[in-house]
Unconditional design. Structure first.
Length: 491
């Protein structure tokens, strides 16, 4: 093992230095002979961006963390492969292919498990994020050079679009086959999101299927799949907001990254070592305090509905659907109050499935434009929408608290994913397909609605994923605790 360790480090260094040599030679040689054509005001930023790419390949040389090194090398390698494919130039291929080969050889020296599945997953995530975010658009065209680079701000100003706050240092890259948007912010954001998503995927699935067999494995496999969907949704939507000029954009993107990081930290620090996280104990209140707090929230929600009708705030999309989300939460808490105070009953899988379907339909139906219009123009319909959302929360709370634990966990995740996907659909239809869902609201209003709904949903989706992971640790700890107690009694 010591021999292997000593050999792997210099081999990794040799391969990475070779990869850097061919890449940097292409950048410099290509710039001077016209393979890389840059506008006068984008040249400096182009070389700064090249330096950032160099740092990604230098990072594995200065760290012993093979996991982080794997994602750093692979991330750059994926872009190099795309460069060869879409530039379609023989000289480019002759210089970049050796760099790609050296990078792959460096990857093989790293002691990281599941390299193939992680690599395929990273490619899939990046491609999907690039396409849905429209940072990559396939478009056959004539360009000044095989690889043409302009400032993104200049490009957007030329076509009459505002420059988003995240795009002042962006580059607009064109080849004969596509247009691509990149810059320091996107490059780093996509790296953290894609690598964290892939790492969390693998750790979640391994955690929830470890040491389980048969039907139990199948059940937890379903839960893990839903958990990954929540993780995916957290990562995917930031890609769709790259071109939104909105003051909520930066906090929203940071929230997405923070939640992905928190998932990774919770898995590594608590769930994999089979330890209970400490955060659930923060919410331990006395019975009377819990009852009073829940009752106060429910009463305030009813006042909010009445006030909204009085001031005709149902015309504002954020208030309309924001109230609906709040009523879902209050319905959930209302049944928890019943469950907490009265004798507990258990419902079977059939009723759990029926209640899940009814709860999802009770929310989704109000996003149908004709029905939304009724809620906007008629106070009675607005009240009906609010209490339908309350019923949805109440029903899913019954499923969660009164069904079998494995069913409750899986179904609460299914509900979170079903509701959480709404803002992605809204944004994709409005901006990617240029379709207005609600003709009585403007496109900016609908874009703001998608972002606000997503900010509201992200923490709930994250918590539902943590509950799945928490439950996978809890039975193991319960058995260990019981054994410890039996040992004490025996002694």
């Amino acid at each position: 093992m010591l021999t292997m360790s000593r050999r792997s480090i210099p081999l990794k260094a040799i391969f990475l230095i070779l990869s850097l040599f061919f890449l940097d030679f292409y950048i410099l040689f290509g710039y001077f002979v016209g393979l890389v054509f840059t506008s006068s005001d984008s040249t400096l930023l182009f070389f700064v961006s090249a330096l950032v790419v160099n740092l990604f390949l230098i990072f594995p040389l200065v760290t012993k963390k093979d996991g982080a090194s794997f994602y750093s090398i692979l991330y750059v390698t994926i872009y190099l492969i795309a460069l060869v494919i879409f530039v379609g130039n023989l000289t480019t291929a002759l210089l970049i292919v050796p760099s790609i080969c050296a990078s792959f050889l460096a990857l093989f020296t790293l002691r990281t498990r599941y390299k193939v599945t992680k690599g395929v997953s990273l490619v899939a995530v990046l491609v999907f994020m690039d396409i849905i975010g429209k940072v990559l658009v396939i478009s056959p065209q004539q360009v000044p050079g095989p690889l043409t680079i302009q400032l993104l701000a200049d490009r957007l100003t030329t076509v009459g679009l505002p420059v988003p706050i995240t795009e002042y240092l962006g580059l607009f890259i064109s080849t004969r086959y596509l247009d691509f948007i990149t810059g320091p912010f996107e490059f780093l954001l996509f790296f953290f999101i894609s690598s964290l998503l892939v790492e969390n995927y693998h750790r979640i699935i391994l955690l929830l299927t470890k040491k389980r067999r048969g039907l139990v494995t199948a059940g937890y496999g379903a839960v893990s799949a839903l958990g990954c969907q929540c993780e995916s949704a957290i990562g995917i939507f930031p890609a769709a907001t790259m071109l939104v000029f909105n003051f909520l954009l930066v906090p929203f993107l940071l929230l997405s990254v923070v939640l992905l990081v928190l998932t990774y930290v919770m898995i590594v620090r608590y769930y994999e070592p089979r330890r209970l996280p400490k955060f659930p104990h923060v919410f331990s209140l006395k019975k009377r305090s819990k009852v009073m707090l829940i009752e106060l929230l429910i009463v305030l929600s009813q006042i909010l509905v009445v006030a909204g009708i009085f001031f005709r705030l149902q015309d504002v999309p954020i208030f309309l659907f924001g109230t609906s989300m709040e009523m879902i939460l209050n319905g959930f808490l209302a049944y928890y109050l019943v469950y907490f105070l009265f004798p507990r009953r258990t419902i079977g899988p059939l009723y759990s499935t029926l209640f899940l379907i009814l709860s999802v339909v009770s929310v989704l139906v109000w996003f149908i434009p004709d029905i939304t219009l009724k809620a906007v123009t008629n106070p009675l319909w607005f009240s009906t929408m609010s209490y339908a959302a309350f019923l949805a929360g109440f029903l899913i709370s019954i499923v969660y608290f009164s069904s079998e634990p494995s069913i409750g966990i899986a179904f609460i995740e299914a509900f979170a994913v079903s509701i959480g996907i709404i803002p992605i659909v809204i944004y994709y239809l409005v901006f990617s397909l240029q379709r207005s869902i609600w003709t009585f609201w403007t496109a900016p209003q609908q874009a703001d609605l998608s972002i606000v709904l997503w900010i509201v949903m992200l923490p709930f989706m994250w918590l539902s994923t943590q509950k799945s992971l928490f439950s996978s640790v809890q039975p193991h700890l319960s058995i260990s605790t019981q054994r410890a107690e039996n040992a004490v009694e025996s002694s």
